[in-house]
Each structure stands twice: as C-alpha cells, then as structure tokens.
Design a protein around this ligand. Sequence first.
Ligand SMILES: Cc1cc2nc3c(=O)[nH]c(=O)nc-3n(C[C@H](O)[C@H](O)[C@H](O)COP(=O)(O)OP(=O)(O)OC[C@H]3O[C@@H](n4cnc5c(N)ncnc54)[C@H](O)[C@@H]3O)c2cc1C
Length: 285
Amino acid sequence: MKPASFKYYAPRSVDEAAALLGDLAADDGRILAGGQSLLPSMAFRMAKPAHLIDINRIATLANIDLEKDIVRIGACVRHAAFESPERVPGPTGVLLGKVVRNLAHPPIRARGTFCGSLANADPSSEWLCAAAALDATIIARSRDGERRISSVDFFQGVMTTDLRDTEMIAAVELPLLPADTRSGFVEFSRRRGDFAIGMVLAAFRIEGDRAVDVRIAVGGVEATPRRISEAEAVLTGSAADEETFIAVAETLADVVDPTQDDQHPVEYRRSLIRTLAYRALKSAT
Ligand SMILES: Cc1cc2nc3c(=O)[nH]c(=O)nc-3n(C[C@H](O)[C@H](O)[C@H](O)COP(=O)(O)OP(=O)(O)OC[C@H]3O[C@@H](n4cnc5c(N)ncnc54)[C@H](O)[C@@H]3O)c2cc1C
C-alpha cells in the first residue's frame, strides 16, 4: 500500500524545523528522521501525518559533539555511527558499540537514528535501555526554546514520551564513563536483528576488589526501560564474582514487573531476565 498524501518540508536549520513544527503540530505535522519506523507505518496507513518535516538536511544534527565529560548525539546521527569505535571515545563508545550490534539489520542501521528511536519509544529498542542505563538527557527544542528532560521523566509508557507535539528532539546527551568502566549488554530475540524480548545492560568499575559506579538497566520486559536500583545495590561494594552475579540476577528477576502477552508469560520473561542479567555481568569487560 502507498502512504496517504502529505505535505513535505525540508528545513535547513533547527530554528526553522521547530517553527514549522509549532505551526503544523496541531494539524498532525510530524518529524521525519531516518524513516525506519515512520515510513513503514505510513505505508500500512497506521500513520497518516498531514505534514512531514524532514530534518535530514540540517547539517548540524548529524554531529556527535564531545565536551569534557559528555557526548552530545545530534538528531540525525544514524545507528551505524556507533559501529565505529572512534566516534565516541572510551567506555561509553565501547558500550554503545556492544549495543548497536544487536539492533536490527545493516540497512536499517544505516538510516535509522539514535534520537528517532528515543522519540519512537518502543520499549524493545536497544537505545532506550542504553539511555536509561546512562541517565541520558534529552534536549527538546520548540519555537519557544530548549527543554532538558531526564530519561527517567522522558519515557512514560509504550511508545509514549514526555515530548510535546510542538517539540522535536534536537540531541541526546550521555556521560563519558570513567576509563576503567566495564560493560556488558545481552538481549534475546527470536531471530538475529528482530526486536528483543528482553535485554540487560550492566556497567561498573572495580576499586580495590569491589564493584563501584554500578549501572544495571533492563529493557523490553516492562513498559519503559529503567535502572534497577535493588540489583545495583547487590553488586555495589561486593566482589565481581560468580556468587555476586548470581545474587544480582536473582534480585533483578524478583524485582522486574514484566508485561504479559500471549507468547511471553510473566514467568517466562522473569526467567529470561535472570539469565540475561547473569550473562551481561559475566561478559562485562
Ligand atoms: C525491519 C525492522 C527492524 C527493526 N529492528 C529494530 C531493532 O531490533 N531495534 C530497534 O531499536 N529498532 C529497530 N527498528 C526501528 C529502527 O531502529 C528505527 O530507525 C527507529 O525506531 C526510529 O528511528 P528513525 O530515525 O528511523 O525515526 P523515524 O522513523 O523517522 O520516526 C519515528 C517516530 O519518531 C519521531 N521522531 C523521529 N525523530 C524525531 C526527533 N528528532 N524529534 C521528534 N520526533 C522524532 C517521528 O515523528 C516518528 O513518530 C527496526 C525497523 C525495521 C523496519
């Protein structure tokens, strides 16, 4: 099927895009980034936006900018950018590289964007789990200016965010993790490249012989991705060994509140998360 007709706009600056969105949001105007979620749903006529604001010609949005301890990912940075370890230095780049290998297929990674995934807010998206684990800050832009939103406030439910109709994501900020941070990311999907049924991201450092700066997040099992503080507490201050990893995985499985569907009962997802947590911790290097 072909999409319903729409008006197309190609702004050359963020100011212009934000102004267009301000004018057109009430008449179902939408941002077009990589198009890897929006265009298929338009082709199926599940989405029928009257106006498409294509941000791909705004050169600055393709940038990955580094500051002292932050990396800022522009709205048109493709998933594939994170396959190149040099784009984001240090452990944050290593972590994003581990995550992106699991995301979809090469053609989709070549077009789809990091920020578009966050805007789309599919709980099975790998970037949502990474954003939660790293306490991302979402930079929203409207014609009225900029609003900074923490990932905790941003993800509000399945495909639901705190972003207003008149706001676009201009960029997302992530912390540059300390040099000795270890990370592991493991997901399970039926076929390689499919959306995941569950995923766990773990990151921590070792000080002396104890784990510190622990971040453990789950995605794909609840309506929104989140850090699991109870599991982080089990690892924090403990030896990063087999016994602790099993205890962390047990805690994680107890604490998550999985959504249920016909194919994946709650107990199945709980058991899956236990296994994924153990493997994510064990693989953390
Ligand atoms: C076959 C297939 C398999 C896939 N598998 C996976 C997978 O395993 N994991 C995964 O994470 N994703 C997967 N995807 C989705 C893909 O990653 C998309 O690229 C991503 O979800 C959306 O990013 P996009 O840039 O393509 O956004 P678009 O499709 O352009 O937009 C998606 C939505 O977000 C809005 N939006 C986009 N950018 C912005 C912005 N800057 N500001 C405000 N709103 C914005 C749009 O208006 C639209 O509503 C898959 C897609 C396909 C077709």
